[in-house]
Design a binder for this molecule. Structure first.
Ligand SMILES: [Zn+2]
Length: 269
């Protein structure tokens, strides 16, 4: 069995869809997508947080799904939601929720929005991950230099992954050198993503993970449809072709890395 380390199963329905707020539609959609993925051999899932709004959704999905785990954190696009009590709120979830988060994430910097308010929120969550000794799931979009500057000042995270990596060969080398994993998503399947595809080949095998980032980052052959964890196998196949490896080897290794990083049980149901 393989694991999708980044699937937003709690928000598969578009926010704009009236269904997304109605009753159990979000839950039914998650169960449908999980079942389809299991049929493809993808039967482990990590649901990262983006906003503080839906912790109950994640717990509910994880309770109903074997091998499902959650992470907590505030995504850079929601940095404005941060309050002075952010750390206490996150820590309470780690210690008290029945479905305990296994990581802090996704957190980071994203140049599509003003970096000013994002920096302190990112650093506070990095500090919290250090204090709780949890791995981090990093979201970095066009802000690798800024993230590196923070790591140089505060020290890099002890353990973590740069999710949906979109940087260059040199940026990948930096993250690998400081001991982080690099996770590739649907973006790598686009032939025009030349810089990323060069990086995908250069990432050391012992640092590489594959994810979907569902429902975001649909692969090149389904550009207008929501992504789903079933696509993990096909994204891995695209990466395997680039690296001249076997798809199964890429997926097996990715799953081993996910278990090691997030300290998941070696044997899964
Ligand atoms: Zn994400």
């Amino acid at each position: 069995m393989w694991i999708d380390p980044h699937a937003h199963l709690d928000r598969l329905l578009p926010e704009s869809s009236p269904l997304s707020r109605q009753g159990r539609a979000w839950f039914d959609e998650a169960m449908r997508v999980v079942k389809a993925a299991q049929g493809m051999g993808v039967s482990g899932f990590i649901i990262p947080d983006v906003t503080s709004r839906y912790p109950r959704r994640q717990s509910k999905i994880c309770k109903a799904t074997p091998n499902c785990y959650r992470a907590v954190g505030l995504y850079p696009g929601h940095a404005a939601e941060a309050e002075p009590g952010l750390e206490a709120w996150l820590e309470r979830q780690v210690k008290e929720y029945s479905v305990k988060p296994i990581a802090i994430g996704e957190i980071g910097l994203d140049k599509r929005w003003d970096l000013g308010p994002q920096r302190p929120v990112f650093r506070r969550q990095l500090d919290l991950a250090r204090a709780l000794d949890l791995p981090v799931i990093l979201h970095v979009v066009r802000a690798h230099a800024e993230v590196m500057a923070i790591f140089k000042q505060d020290g890099p995270p002890r353990r973590g992954v740069v999710h949906a990596f979109s940087g260059s060969v040199d940026e990948a080398a930096y993250y690998a050198k400081i001991g982080l994993y690099l996770s590739l998503s649907g973006a790598v399947t686009y032939p025009q993503a030349r810089k990323l595809r060069r990086a995908a080949v250069a990432i050391p095998a012992d640092r590489l993970m594959i994810e979907t980032d569902s429902p975001d980052q649909p692969p090149a052959w389904l550009p207008d449809q929501p992504n789903s964890p079933s696509a993990l196998v096909w994204i891995a196949a695209a990466v395997a072709t680039l690296r001249a490896e076997q798809t199964r080897a890429v997926l097996d290794r990715s799953t081993a890395h996910i278990k090691a990083l997030f300290e998941l049980p070696q044997e899964m149901r």
